[in-house]
Design a protein around this ligand. Sequence first.
Ligand SMILES: C[S@@+](CC[C@H](N)C(=O)[O-])C[C@H]1O[C@@H](n2cnc3c(N)ncnc32)[C@H](O)[C@@H]1O
Length: 538
Amino acid sequence: MTAQLPGAFAQRMKELLGPEYEQFTDTYQQSPYGGIRVNTLKITVDGLRGRSPFTLEPIPWCPSGFYTGEGARPGKHPYYHAGLYYIQEPSAMAPVELLDVQPGDCVLDLCAAPGGKSTQIAAKLQGEGLLVTNDLHPERTKALAKNLELYGVRNGIVLNERPERIAAAFPRFFDRILIDAPCSGEGMFRKDEDMVRQWEPGTPDKYAEMQREILQAAASALKPGGTMVYSTCTFALEENEEMIAGFLSGHPQFSLVPVGGTGPFAAGLGPLPGAARLWPHKVKGEGHFMAVLRHDGSGGPAREAFEAGAAENGATVTDTLENVKARNDKRERSLSAAPRSKAAKTDFHSKAVPGRADQGRGGKGGRGSGHGSGSGRAGTGPGPQSQRTGGEALGFAVYADFIQELLGTQPPGHAIWFGDHLYLSPLPREALDGLKTVRPGWYVGQIKSGRFVPGHPLATALRPEECSRSVSLSSASGEAVSYLKGETLSIPAERLSVKEGHAYKGYTLVCIDGFSAGWGKWQDGLLKNEYPAGWRWT
Ligand SMILES: C[S@@+](CC[C@H](N)C(=O)[O-])C[C@H]1O[C@@H](n2cnc3c(N)ncnc32)[C@H](O)[C@@H]1O
């Protein structure tokens, strides 16, 4: 590290560490450790170890985490683009391990961008349950949304909200909450010298004020008996042990689950030995603090009220689809100019589909949505509401036909339309009313000129066996990189894997060594590239 440690910081660390101070400062002469975490939504840990292009050494506190060693460039391998691993600082993998997320949980990641811990939570959920992931800063939510898309997350909702507004919308709701708080970042000085330059003696106090408010909001959104983990990447007592001690004294229904002093975790300092520390002079990783807080289950009802609302919405699904069909038929009759849809004539809408088709009111309430592939938040709908309603009905039919052909079955989720763009959400649209929503769910695609165009995030979350047409490109031959660069490829028909009864021509799931990476459009031996421009290999 070339930057000089601020004098006031050095003095404080001397007082905090006593005889260990020299060992601590020696770490600034060493390089930070690099790590990757296997995305178990797409590949098993052993699966990646078996095909890893670089050496992997286990990280003690994260079963899916590995040190990559010097010289490794994990961002420059096609597997990174196929979402097989996330590049993450090793210590940053610890908080989610302590959160103990189980498949089916409802989880809130309150300060989430760029999404390292959110993708880790999503992997723990294994597609079951709900992940609401949020960041206060709009620009940062773009990277957050993109990372969820790259890693094939189907059950994530991305918000750009103040924590207290999320707590008001979801009172006593979440099983697990992660508060990876904005902090003075002292633990990252070795990795990010800008943080050294930005640090001032008053920095920890400034962050402590924000952290108190965020913790307060998180406590209201946690369900009785739920668990939250508070983490920072700083050493300052006022942002760590003192912050949590203050929180516990004001919230007697919470207790600290002692993890400090066990396994790789050093004990917390001063008033809170049960909190956990990772010190750079004791482990191979940067400085981190974590506290596990459990609610005792006391107080009023949990989320029953919300669940009742959700169930009611679920019960109306069939009716809703019939209404859509009725509107659709009426529109077909009355608007000769309306685009003809083959699908509109099918009886798809009379089937009970686990989604809602009548929810698209693009831009309602000032909220809007980006449409996949990191495009950020758009705020407007496609036109006058009367047109939108009919358009959505037709759109849903076109979508249903497309999905029937490509996937065979309809993926579960509440269908949420933003104009011509369709998402499948773990929550009904009403649950997000009034919240700044960057992604209401899994982006599946868009109606364009009367056709359904599948979105990139639909591809990244699919397994090849789910898709009627796929092709696997080899990472070793260079064709995977050609695809990632946006090139058209010559692919003979015999290389395609096509399910019985399906045509060869059309949208094809493009995989790298068998792992989905995006779409191509195959016809007559040519695979037209549909990999989004903003994602390409440079
Ligand atoms: C330590 S970083 C989060 C890193 C992230 N958890 C990850 O693993 O990739 C803290 C984040 O908190 C966000 N933030 C700052 N103030 C916030 C607030 N009041 N509410 C929610 N997020 C906030 C920042 O924009 C920043 O992205």
